[in-house]
Ligand binder design. Structure first.
Ligand code: SF4
Length: 230
């Protein structure tokens, strides 16, 4: 299984969108400060991604085995029922930006840097998705992420890292003892080809989540996934 590193990802922060998010005018004192930080980040920022094309070796009642590594998620078992290959991945805003942000002392500037790093992470996500679509002609594909749902705990990030191998050397992302990724603005997951409209958020009842991508749909669990728990 070959690890593929994407490290030449263009990063062009959306200045207008960022200013709008903070309700700031480009000409105001804070707006000028924000634009200066954006300029700095644009020079420094190196978002990155690593992925692999991986085989599903086995389908179990409570999960799957990918490249010899066991992933325990019944929802995954259902989602992967008709496929035999998947794409484990890690994306990140990059160490360059997180080290730059760590050097900022002012709280407002730290918050601004946080928003900029989120955009860098999003740039990595879009780039990876476009790349996979071009390379493998996937058409429609979706992502599952450890820790998004109780069904697939955060601790299984270790398994994603195991499957990918040498993630730190490839893109500078490591797991700490609590299974959190450093830099913090990083995401791990597994992409799979599907015609369904699956989103983790459809099965997540959390209220007021700022990152929600789809409405909570309790019927979906009952209709499609509950059987896997019996
Ligand atoms: S609603 Fe929020 S917490 Fe729940 S899966 Fe979606 S992004 Fe994650």
């Amino acid at each position: 299984m070959k690890q593929v590193v994407l490290s030449n990802i263009p990063f062009k922060p959306d200045r207008d969108g960022l200013l709008k998010k903070l309700h700031m005018d480009a000409g105001s004192e804070d707006g000028i400060r924000f634009l200066d930080l954006i300029r700095q980040a644009e020079k420094i920022g190196r978002p990155k991604a690593v992925y692999a094309l991986a085989s599903i070796d086995q389908k179990l009642s409570d999960g799957v085995v990918v490249e010899g590594i066991r992933l325990t998620s019944r929802i995954m078992r259902v989602n992967f029922a008709d496929i035999n290959r998947v794409f484990p991945y890690v994306i990140t805003c990059g160490r360059e930006l997180s080290e730059w942000a760590a050097g900022l002392e002012d709280m407002l500037e730290q918050y601004m840097a946080d928003l900029i790093m989120e955009q860098a992470l999003e740039a990595a996500r879009r780039y990876l998705y476009d790349h996979l679509d071009k390379e493998y002609r996937l058409g429609s594909f979706k992502s599952m992420n450890p820790g998004s749902l109780e069904d697939w705990p955060l601790s299984q990030q270790k398994q994603i890292f195991q499957i990918l191998g040498k993630v730190k050397e490839a893109i500078g992302v490591e797991l700490n003892d609590s299974c959190l990724m450093l830099p913090m603005k990083s995401v791990s997951g597994i992409l799979f080809q599907t015609e369904s409209s699956y989103e983790n958020c459809q099965l997540c009842p959390r209220e007021f989540c700022p990152n929600r991508r789809a409405e909570y749909n309790p019927q979906l669990f009952e209709e499609k996934y509950q059987g896997a728990y019996k």
